[in-house]
Design a protein around this ligand. Structure first.
Ligand SMILES: C[S@@+](CC[C@H](N)C(=O)[O-])C[C@H]1O[C@@H](n2cnc3c(N)ncnc32)[C@H](O)[C@@H]1O
Length: 265
């Protein structure tokens, strides 16, 4: 039976409030950028890893794709079918405008990932999960069940995520540890500053779930995926942790993980 989270719709309201802020802050300009043939959002980690695992000819789904700018990069880098899934109707609207401006074909689906159903089962060679996805998901086991269903045999999960250890540090300065790594309590935040526009306050609450690395690995392993790559980095991809990456003694700020489903050629 499908898993349902009472927090998904609340987070949809939160993300819908962010959409016009992002539109004004950078998407108006991005519309011109995405039209270029060489448009890319990939940083040095993604450049290196995609070179290794190759995008060419692959069917790719981006889970929680936001405005699809990253998926447009995937398509422009040679992927075949590309499908973006996100719960926010406002970000899906933004994604549609960016896809139109980019002159590439990307399918967009507005859905809670937990309620996607079976229409996309067994269709993808690669699932792209990047920067701020896991924390919105209450139940990782149910999430990995869905990833497993979406992938063809031999398909891969490509994850480039914020490191869960970041949640320990005080947000503005990073100067002290204020949360327990092993506390799995829900984080509820109201009147948050937006990560693209620090002057914009997002009033509606967000509901965020801390998943330690052990829980992520547990789910990858228990679902029978074979880990072919894992790395940790000292640079910030969250847009809110620069203070930590410039300190002398640094925590890991993000990680990359590639895991393969059994079967395939
Ligand atoms: C920080 S973005 C991550 C996407 C992308 N890497 C980016 O940086 O724009 C998080 C996205 O997750 C989406 N989201 C949150 N909960 C979701 C859910 N249950 N199902 C599908 N999408 C969800 C939000 O609407 C938002 O667009």
């Amino acid at each position: 039976m499908e898993y349902r989270s009472k927090y998904s719709n609340l987070n949809r309201i939160h993300w819908n409030e962010r959409a016009p802020v992002h539109q004004k802050k950078y998407v108006d300009e991005l519309v011109l950028e995405v039209a270029k043939d060489d448009f890319t959002t990939f940083d040095f980690v993604e450049q290196r890893l995609f070179k290794k695992i190759k995008l060419s000819g692959k069917s790719v789904a981006q889970i929680n794709c936001n405005n699809a700018r990253e998926l447009i990069s995937v398509k422009k880098a040679g992927a075949d079918r590309c499908v973006g899934i996100d719960i926010s109707d406002q970000f899906i609207q933004q994604a549609k405008a960016l896809v139109k401006a980019s002159n590439v074909e990307v399918e967009l689906v507005c859905s809670d990932i937990y309620e996607l159903g079976d229409a996309y089962d067994n269709q993808f060679d690669l699932l792209y999960i990047t920067i701020g996805v896991l924390g919105w998901l209450e139940n990782l086991k149910a999430f990995f069940d869905i990833l497993d269903k979406l992938l063809k045999p031999g398909g891969q999960i490509f994850m480039y995520e914020m490191h869960p250890i970041l949640e320990l540090f005080e947000e503005d300065s990073g100067s002290k540890i204020v949360n327990d790594y092993f506390n799995s309590e829900l984080y509820v935040e109201e009147n948050e500053r937006d990560y693209f526009d620090y002057n914009a306050i997002i009033k509606s609450p967000s509901y965020w779930f801390h998943h330690p690395m052990s829980e992520i690995f547990e789910n990858v392993i228990n679902h029978g995926f074979h880990i072919t790559h894992f790395d940790e980095y000292a640079h910030d991809i969250s847009g809110g942790g620069e203070f930590l990456s410039t300190q002398e003694n640094r925590p890991p700020m993000c990680f990359s993980l590639i895991a393969t489903k059994a079967g395939g050629k």
